[in-house]
Structure formats: structure tokens, C-alpha cells
Write a protein that binds this ligand. Sequence first.
Ligand code: EPU
Length: 428
Amino acid sequence: MARVDVIRVKGGAPLIGDVEVGGAKNSALKLMAVALLAQGRSVVDNVPRITDIAIMAEVLRRLGCQVTLEGGRATIDVPAEPGSEADYDLVRRLRASICVLGPLLARTGYVRVALPGGDMIGSRGLDMHVSGLARMGADISGEHGYVIASAPHGLRGSKIWLDFPSVGATENLLMAAVRAKGVTEIDNAAREPEIVDICEMLTDMGAQIDGAGTSTLTIEGVDELHPVRHTTVGDRIVGGTWAFGTVMTRGDVTIHGVRPEFLDIALDKLVTAGAEVTPGDNAFRVRMEDRPKAVDIVTLPYPGFATDLLPMALGLASVAEGASLVTENIFDGRFMFVNEMVRLGADIRTDGHHAVVNGRHRLSGAPVRATDIRAGAGLVMAGLCADGVTEVAEVHHIDRGYPDFVADLAKLGADVERADVPEPSYDF
Ligand code: EPU
């Protein structure tokens, strides 16, 4: 009989102690794609040990790179002529593999990447990636589930206005522009710390970029980039997950490896809820004694409250004193997991992109199912505040973004285990 992994958590214990957070998934994945822009060996350090990184390594291998992943380091040897195709088999497992579009087009003048399709948090279009590259002179078509882009005579710098500060589109256009002829200006660009990280690696490689971390990126294309060694920025979403878990369980945790200023709004919300937050150098301490108070939260592109912390915000609201209004502005399917929270006894009602949450003293343990990475982590945190046992299934989602999650939880005092259980089959 087939077996599947679950995370089983028994609620009650506060999270107490110290936790180390590694490099940001959403930076490391793109830094690996950045390596494609220069022939030779690039090294990316502080890479998290998660499934998504292993899939990205496979994407690069199929493009002709040699990639080793060892001890939090990705070593990537890029050939003189990398391949040009990312197939559906990989892209459907790792949507982020779409980020090879820009660098490959810039380097080889031709690229064919599978369309990732929708996923559990929403429809997630690619129109801004495509129209931006078209403005830079690429010829783009779509057929048989692939986007095909060519620019046989190279890309040319141009002015691009994004309708929305899309993280992925900003990254793809940035990675294309660094090797285009002339100057590209990306307006309404995303400002996430992960974008700044990518800009820093590109600059070390010889790229000319102005405005990293602002809404206007100005990039002067260069003919050649050289390989470098780069250390990934800490994962603010993993850090934020620990911070919310600490407040929900009324614990005391020092989170290392994340700069607190990257979580300014999230930490301010925790303070409003009654927590004590002490910022340190690439670390911060979160302490909570009483029951959290309700806070209203609105997700927005950085520096706004991160959509990836929305499940934790709903978890906090579910056990807070009072009613919270939580608004999601980035992904149309982000509330998909609310039904799982309701199974844990949470009082949440949604209408479009708003959720009204009436906090309860305690939740009530039940079997639930992770629907995406962040929902999975949020459900485990909610399970820490529930009476009895919560069993979270489909933990492969959590493995995509949280290295050593169960071991870290146990170290912080949670009553938690990972178990494999038989998968029911209903043959007839
Ligand atoms: N969008 C479009 N057209 C485009 C591009 C985006 O309509 O051409 C829409 C999307 O459909 C979505 C919104 O714009 O509704 C935001 O998309 P964005 O491009 O900013 O997000 P992304 O690059 O697809 C990254 C992270 C997400 C994170 C978001 C927002 C990676 C691999 N993924 O996605 O992380 O939620 O930015 O911060 O970097 C996660 O780690 O769990 C995760 C989902």
C-alpha cells in the first residue's frame, strides 16, 4: 500500500528558544538562473535545502550546466552555449523555472519555456514578462503549451512600464536587460529584498544597474558578464512564519539569519497585537505573554505586508481577542485554504479578497490538508494552538519552502512529528 507523509502536531506548548533561518527560496532560485548569464563557474551560498532548489538544479542541468548542491551551496558550471528549453515536466513542478526565460533569451537569442498553468493560489499570468521582452525587441509566440521567444540580433534597451510591480516579471526583464544593447528602464518595478539580492549578484558579475530596491530600475546593457560567488539573502518569509508562530503560541523565540527591517510592517502588526519585538543584527527576538489582540492586515507588494505571510496572519487572527479584517491583494486563490482552517475551528468568513475573522480562545485539532507552501506552514502553526492532534497532509508543499521545519519546531518545544501513513485506496 502506498504511504504518504503527514505532520502531526499536538497543540499547547509555546515556541521557545532560538531558530536559524537560511537563504531565501525566492532569491536562491533566481540567483541560480542569474548564473546562466555568464560562462564558467558561479557559486551561490546559503541556498536552502528544499525541493524547489533541487528542481531548479535539474532545470539548469537540462540546459547543459553541471550543478552540484552540497552543504547549502550550489555550484553551477555554465557552458559556452547553454540549451534553450525548459520543458513542462519541470516547469509544472516549479513555476519559478519560468525565470530562465530572460537570461537565456539574452544569452542565446532563442528560448522555449513551458507555460506553467495555474496553481492553488491563483491564475498567475505572464503577460508582463512577455510584453516587456517584446518591447526589448523579442519575437514572442505561444504554441503547444510553450512560450517561444527569439531575438536573433540581440535584445535592445527600452522603456518598460509594468502594470503592477510583479516580482517575476521584474526579474525576467532585469536578467534580459543586463545583456541588451543600450539602456532599459523598468518603471513600477518590484522592490522586494530578493530583487535587490539579484541586482547585487548581477552587479558583481559586471552588470550596470541603478535603482535596486526602488520602483525604477535603470540598466545599461553590457557585452559580457563574468561568473561570481554570491551569498543568498536570509528568508524573510520563513523568519516571519516563526515570528507569527511565536505570537500565536505566546512564546519567546529569537530568529537568526533575517534582517528585521525586511519585515517592518509584519513585525509592527505583531507589536500592535501585543508582542514585544527586539530587533538585532540580522536577527530579532519576539516575545508574547498574553492572548494576542485582533489586528487588521492588508497584503501588498513590498514593502507592504507579504502575501506569503497571509496564512500566518489568518492563524493569528483566528486565536486573537476580537475581530480582524484580513485583505489579500496579490493572489486570487490565496483564501483556498480557509476551509482547512475552518476544520480547525477557526471562525473565518470570506467575501472576494476580504476575510473577517472572529478570534477564538483555542482551535480544535483535526486532519487537514496543505494546499500550498505557506498554507501548509500556517496550518501547522494553527495546530500548535489547537486542542488535541492536528494532522497536516500533503506536506510535500511545506518541503518546497521550509527546510528542517519539523526538526526546528521540535527544537523550539513543539510536540510534533513527521510520520508516514498508509494512503487509502478505493479499488473496485
Ligand atoms: N501577474 C500577472 N501578469 C504577470 C505577472 C504577474 O497578472 O505577467 C500577477 C499574478 O497573477 C499575481 C500577481 O501579479 O496575481 C503577483 O505576481 P508576481 O509576479 O509578483 O509573483 P511571482 O513572481 O509569480 C513571487 C514569489 C511568490 C510570492 C510573489 C509575491 C517566487 C518563486 N515566487 O511570485 O512566492 O508570493 O512573488 O510576492 O519568487 C511562495 O514562495 O510561496 C510564493 C508563492
